[in-house]
Ligand binder design. Structure first.
Ligand code: ZN
Length: 278
């Protein structure tokens, strides 16, 4: 990479494990920005990067939220859909029960007519055997009629229970539908707020980036991806605020002078001394 199209503004630690004899004692060569007010400008540049990093962090948090919201809506919609499907199944079951009940009613009617017919036939019969056989038939027809009446009663009770369940569920679906619409409205509102905030963060990012040297900006963007959103870190005493490793004293001293943009020997993040407030 080094010495390709341009010299990197951000120093790479001189210690390179691939180069025999390379010292882990700390970076020994830097790309210095040549400027009369070099120190001040570099300090500002790093602080601009810190601000950009905050904006980038907020942007990535926003993106996570932006992705999660439609998923939330989809889950709520699927739950409602499932309830509706169960309700349809219940309605179909009830319709089937009604059909069965009507068939039983018809069958019962036929059986009742059969009993009447057999009774009417009694007076026309000549022999005692025929009479006895007819009485037996009447008896059987009555038993069958009784059985039909009983199962019809059970069917009617079951049908009533199903209808009660359907009316209860219809109410609960109505409530779930209303809840879903409220939830949907909230999510849509949150998404629109997010998109407004995203636009304002975007313009904040752009105006910050316009103040940063292009090479520094390019290195920052690369580092931000490589270091998962943390490219610029403060010194915490003698340790790196990114990886928490102790840094060589000469590197700490150099970071404090703000003469160059320096990176951690271990995680390669850009180092800066925290701003003292007050
Ligand atoms: Zn580090």
């Amino acid at each position: 990479m080094e010495g390709a199209t341009r010299a990197p503004v951000i120093n790479r630690p001189a210690h390179n494990r691939l180069v025999p004899g390379s010292s882990p004692g700390g970076p020994t060569k830097f790309f210095a920005m040549v400027n009369d007010n070099g120190e001040k400008i570099l300090r500002d540049q790093v602080l601009l990067l810190v601000k950009m990093q905050e904006v980038d962090l907020r942007r990535s948090q926003q993106q996570v939220e932006e992705r999660s919201l439609p998923e939330k809506l989809q889950i709520a919609e699927q739950a409602l859909q499932k309830k509706k499907e169960e309700f349809s199944k219940l309605q179909a079951k009830s319709a089937e029960k009604d059909r069965g009940r009507r068939e039983q009613e018809l069958e019962l009617k036929v059986q009742e007519e059969q009993v009447v017919k057999l009774r009417d036939r009694l007076i026309k019969l000549k022999t005692n055997e025929e009479y006895k056989a007819n009485l037996k038939e009447i008896e059987n027809a009555k038993v069958r009629k009784g059985e039909l009446e009983e199962s019809l009663l059970i069917s009617m009770e079951e049908g009533d229970l199903l209808k009660k369940e359907i009316s209860d569920r219809a109410l609960s679906i109505q409530e779930a539908e209303q809840q879903f619409q409220v939830e949907k409205g909230k999510i849509e509102e949150a998404l629109s707020t997010l998109s407004v905030t995203a636009r304002s963060l975007e313009s904040e990012w752009i105006s910050l980036s316009e103040m940063v040297d292009q090479n520094i900006l390019d290195d920052y963007k690369k580092l931000l991806i490589q270091r998962k959103g943390l490219a610029v870190v403060p010194l915490h005493g003698n340790t790196c605020g990114g990886c928490n490793f102790s840094l060589p004293p000469q590197l700490i001293a150099l970071v404090k002078t703000c003469e160059k943009i320096l990176t951690c020997t271990y995680c390669h993040r850009i180092l800066y001394t925290p701003v003292k407030t007050g």
